[in-house]
Design a protein around this ligand. Structure first.
Ligand SMILES: O=P(O)(O)OC[C@H]1O[C@H](OP(=O)(O)OP(=O)(O)O)[C@H](O)[C@@H]1O
Ligand SMILES: Nc1ncnc2[nH]cnc12
Length: 174
């Protein structure tokens, strides 16, 4: 099972980036080409039947598998970036996450009206980041059909915050 393989390989780093945070480090997954290929295939198998019309990846760790998934599905990849990084006209949203707060942006023309998009990120913690991305997508006319994560931290109850706003799929839950 992919979840067992991932739970063995993902590394816990205590007190990063702040005291009290147990950081889930996915770099050992990226260093393992067979496991990484299995991760991509599992995302594709899950979403390939769901009529996805775009994959929104969240900077920066959401870019890693997000672009691959978009390419496999044959749909556009749409980057959501931290404020001040996208060059064209953007809209912004501020939000809180497990270890702080941030502001993300999307290009105003990144999504067409009614386009069915999936939000992809490496990890779901409080859900603040994913909800902020969903807000941006809706503001420019897109439809969020689901959320895709490599890792979910269930004790932070992100899934409850996302409930009712699309299907949530995670490969491993801690
Ligand atoms: O569910 P939440 O509480 O919102 O937390 C999850 C977010 O936190 C991390 O991103 P981070 O802002 O650290 O950026 P990075 O991907 O650039 O490391 C992670 O990649 C998610 O985007
Ligand atoms: N505990 C955690 N580990 C890795 N990424 C995170 N993003 C938010 N919380 C995190």
């Amino acid at each position: 099972m992919i979840s067992e393989k991932l739970s063995k390989v993902i590394r816990d780093v205590p007190d990063f980036p702040k005291p009290g945070i147990l950081f889930k480090d996915i770099t050992p997954v990226l260093a393992n080409p067979e496991l990484s290929a299995e991760v991509s295939q599992t995302f594709f198998d899950y979403w390939s039947t769901k009529n996805v019309e775009g994959v929104v990846g969240i900077e920066s760790r959401g870019f890693i598998y997000g672009l691959q998934l978009a390419q496999q599905l044959g749909v556009p990849f749409i980057p959501v970036r931290k404020a001040g990084k996208l060059p064209y006209q953007t809209i912004k949203h501020s939000y809180d996450l497990e270890y702080g707060s941030a502001e993300i942006e999307i290009h105003v023309d990144a999504i067409t009206k009614g386009q069915r998009v999936l939000i992809h990120d490496d990890l779901l913690a409080t859900g603040g980041t994913a909800l902020a991305a969903a807000e941006l997508i809706r503001k420019i006319g897109g439809e969020v059909i689901g959320y895709s994560f490599l890792v979910e931290l269930s004790f932070l109850k992100g899934q409850e915050r996302l409930k009712g706003s699309g299907e949530v799929h995670s490969l491993v839950t801690f």
